[in-house]
Design a protein around this ligand. Structure first.
Ligand code: FAD
Length: 304
């Protein structure tokens, strides 16, 4: 095992980025360039999504290998899902990751492809995946799991969702990566609630930058049912009228949205730090300028 991120989180707040696998070689080159900029922040790890939104896995392995071979201490973390995977396939694919030196994973159920009612694989839940990975691979992987501060959309109550998160810990998960939330009060409530429920895993907070109206609305509502709190609703309202008389988008309005959105994101990060979270996991969305501006404004590992 290269490094134990959960152990490191006991010592300090980690910084990490999340990227997604590009579809083409050109996209892969662009991502490599983007990562070169992000490495300036000395991220402890970079995670790469796996088939998010029900799309295929694409170049996930190439991205993980690219991070691993970079000349620094950044650990690659692959996301891995239950979607369409039999036990045998899971074993084979995970062995392939290990053979390539990738021994950190985020074990999630996976986004169900449109029209599917189940995973189409041997496991229905992330709990089963964690249990299986521990059974087949022992401690060879460090395993992160997803936690939803607002409760997973399919779960009847927040308490039941927290009980399932506790189950992931009991099955051997090492730390939590959270689903995006823009609602700090809900986050604080959830953090207290998981600790009261006996969940001791470190909490690495997923931070979705607020950059434009469409993506905020899409991120909140397309799958996760996340709330848009009043303060964020104000950011959206301040810059709602973004089309000129010819029907073209107004760049000045888009820029003003981005500026206020970045302030919102920086404020969220500062609040998370004040709460003593174990990690800041910034969704880089395969670009570097936004992340650089956000982290420099937040004063996190500023790049001189
Ligand atoms: P689970 O923990 O399996 O939970 C799903 C639902 O079932 C919840 O309502 C839960 O309460 C309930 N549940 C859990 N265990 C049990 C049980 N044993 N019995 C009964 N009910 C149970 N998706 C992708 O496809 N690819 C990615 O790369 C990806 N990356 C992600 C990264 C992060 C940080 C996060 C937070 C999510 C990511 N997702 C990704 C999305 C994730 O797959 C979805 O949110 C999915 O809907 C739930 O995943 P989960 O692991 O939380 O599921």
């Amino acid at each position: 095992m290269s490094k134990r991120l959960a152990e490191m989180m006991k010592e300090r707040t980690l910084l990490s980025f999340e990227v997604f696998p590009p579809k083409t070689d050109k996209g892969l080159d662009k991502l490599e360039e983007c990562l070169e900029h992000l490495y300036a922040f000395r991220p402890d790890y970079v995670s790469c999504t796996y088939g998010a939104g029900g799309t295929n896995v694409g170049k996930n392995m190439d991205v993980c290998k690219m991070i691993r071979k970079a000349d620094n201490d950044t650990v690659p973390v692959t996301h891995f899902t239950c979607i369409g995977n039999t036990k045998e396939e899971i074993k084979e694919k995970l062995q392939n990751y290990l053979d390539n030196g990738i021994d950190h994973m985020l074990a999630v159920r996976g986004d169900l492809p449109e029209g599917w009612s189940g995973t189409g694989g041997d496991f229905s839940y992330a709990t089963d995946l964690v249990s299986y990975v521990r059974k087949e691979f022992g401690d060879k992987f460090e395993i992160a799991v997803a936690g939803s501060p607002e409760g997973h959309i399919a779960c009847r109550t927040l308490e039941a969702d927290i009980a399932h998160l506790k189950q992931k810990q009991d099955e051997g998960a090492d730390y939590i990566m959270t689903q995006l939330t823009f609602d700090m009060e809900q986050f604080k409530y959830w953090l207290d609630a998981i600790r009261s429920a006996g969940i001791t895993m470190p909490v690495d907070v997923g931070v979705m930058p607020v950059l434009n109206r469409e993506s905020v609305i899409n991120m909140c509502l397309s799958r996760n049912g996340c709330a848009i709190p009043r303060k964020l609703a104000e950011v959206i309202s301040h810059h709602w009228f973004d089309v000129d008389e010819n029907g073209n988008k107004r760049q000045d309005v888009l820029d003003a949205f981005r500026e206020e959105g970045i302030e919102y994101t920086v404020d969220q990060i500062l609040q998370y730090m004040a709460l003593g979270v174990d990690g800041i996991h910034l969704y880089a969305l395969n670009t570097w300028k936004n992340s650089t501006e956000i982290l420099n404004k937040a004063g996190i590992r500023s790049v001189v």
